[in-house]
Design a protein around this ligand. Sequence first.
Ligand code: 5GP
Ligand code: ZN
Length: 113
Amino acid sequence: MSCIFCKIASGEIPAKTVYQDDRLVVIEDINPAAPLHLLLIPRKHLINVLDLQEVDDQLIGHLFRVAAGIARERGIAEDGFRIVTNTNSAAGQSVFHIHFHMLAGRDLQWPPG
Ligand code: 5GP
Ligand code: ZN
């Protein structure tokens, strides 16, 4: 498997892991775009949201609840944060293993670039 996020999820490639369980790993982005920039990565190799099936519904719900827990723990829940998932080329997806960016710690522009 040549997928970089599969390798991070398995521990083959090191990453700054801030949370993990049987379904997810959450790591610090190597090139942060905000003071807090985490990547929520399902262990299951899905390409992006277009790859999701009904069987994945609980996984994605779990991922968002983990994100909310991290936001509360980190004290960013009240100020606010953003979760985004880039899908295919126009959105700038560069790693084709589904992941959700969690950004916080500065004012985030809307609409995004
Ligand atoms: P995308 O462009 O697919 O939405 O997001 C991919 C993200 O993964 C980028 O923000 C990039 O900085 C991050 N990234 C790519 N390779 C690595 C890596 O080896 N380790 C970590 N921690 N982040 C990575
Ligand atoms: Zn993968």
